[in-house]
Design a protein around this ligand. Structure first.
Ligand code: PLP
Length: 388
């Protein structure tokens, strides 16, 4: 049997993530310093882990309601009301998912009909285009530029909007660039969405990771936006909980109901162990999160200073835990730079092209690793650049 002939066309048209390839190479080598990985280097704070242990001791091992434990949904919606003054009904407007990854997938499948177009500003997280395509839609990449710190504008979007456009998918603070949009810039996107009657999917997984004077603005808190926004968020990054697989979506009732229709037949529910831990994270995790954010901030300043002082241009990232230096002055492509840096200096970074074509000429370096690792990696990168 030749399996290739039996696989679905949509799957065959879907590429493997450009990130994995570099991890696969790096995993065969000794002494690699990785600035490649997009996950906190912290262990989940103990009180969060402990709540899960207690939960298991008390015998919490069952399915939960499809949309997730009511207490958790309530804690999430309450947090949004407190932080952003935006009101969601925990009964009808919230669903707990298996990470933001599942939430993106469900959101797409809930609204996309064959041929519907999804505007996706690039560079962006690798799953967006794949989820749009797997749902039967057409992912339309909207390039952004270094000159504008990779901030998407209505003018950029106007060039790509058609009468088939149904969704605008944004993710700020951004992976891979660290870009944060100001409130007035988000308001301009809100006007664009209203003008073209679009659904906005807003992935705010890095919303708690902003630095300096940057305060996260929740997209659905903007005037008239709650009714057209599917807000996606989760616990992986802010609470160092990547392995727990816990996220959620907040949106008007018909959307949550549609997402739940799919979720009840695919996942049934997110793991109860993760949900118990998520509840503790929201109730008592903020102090731990703030400590981690302060540490990321320290590393952010170190890595920004390191790249700029070796002559690689970059703008100061204001959110998430990535920096996106311009390596075009080296004469190498992003892929060549990442591959040669890995082979010669044993430092792993991700080529910017993994996040979209306009990532050519850039690399993504993550500073979710120790100060010692960052300092050693910067010394190796400097050496690499000086000896090209
Ligand atoms: N969205 C963005 C922007 C991400 O960077 C990631 C992970 O790197 C995800 C979603 C996936 O998050 P989760 O672990 O909640 O599935």
């Amino acid at each position: 049997m030749i399996w290739q002939d039996y696989l679905s066309n949509t799957v065959q048209a879907t590429k493997h993530s450009g990130i994995r390839r570099f991890f696969d190479i790096a995993s065969t080598m000794d002494d690699v310093i990785s600035l490649g990985i997009g996950e906190p280097d912290f262990v989940t704070p103990w009180s969060i882990r402990e709540s899960c242990v207690y939960g298991l001791e008390r015998g919490y091992t069952s399915y939960t309601s499809n949309k997730g434990m009511f207490e958790l949904r309530h804690a999430i919606t309450h947090m949004y009301e407190k932080k952003f003054n935006v009101k969601y009904n925990p009964e009808t407007d919230a669903i707990v998912t298996v990470g933001v990854s599942e939430a993106v997938d469900l959101a797409m499948r809930a609204v996309i009909n064959p041929g519907d177009e999804v505007l996706i500003p690039e560079p962006c997280y690798v799953s967006y285009a794949a989820c749009a395509t797997l749902a039967g839609g057409k992912a339309v990449a909207v390039p952004t530029s270094f000159a504008n710190e990779f901030k998407v504008t209505p003018e950029d979007l106007e060039k790509y909007v058609t009468n088939k456009t149904k969704v605008l998918l944004i993710g700020y603070p951004n992976n891979p660039t660290g870009t944060v949009l100001e409130k007035n810039e988000l308001l301009a996107l809100a006007d664009f969405a209203k003008k073209h009657d679009l659904i906005v999917m807003s992935d705010e997984i890095y919303g708690d990771l902003t630095y300096g004077d940057k305060e996260h603005v929740c997209f659905s808190s903007l005037p008239d936006m709650q009714e057209r926004t599917i807000l996606l968020n989760g616990f992986s990054k802010a609470y160092a909980m990547t392995g727990w697989r816990l996220g959620y979506a907040l949106a008007p009732e018909p959307v949550i109901d549609a997402m739940n229709k799919i979720h009840q037949y695919s996942m049934i529910c997110a793991p109860i162990t993760a949900q118990i831990a998520g509840l503790e994270a929201i109730r008592n995790g903020e102090k731990h999160m703030k400590k981690m954010v302060a540490e990321y901030d320290r590393r952010r300043r170190l890595i920004y200073e390191g790249f700029t002082s070796m002559g690689l241009k970059c703008f100061e990232p204001k959110g998430a835990f990535y920096i996106f230096p311009n390596i075009s002055s080296t004469g190498l492509t992003s892929e060549e730079f990442a591959e040669q840096l890995l082979m010669r200096q044993h430092v792993a970074v991700i080529p910017g092209t993994a996040f979209g074509k306009c990532g050519e000429g850039f690399i993504r370096a993550s500073y979710a690793t120790s100060v010692d690792n960052i300092s050693a990696a910067l010394a190796r990168i400097k050496n690499f650049v000086e000896h090209l």
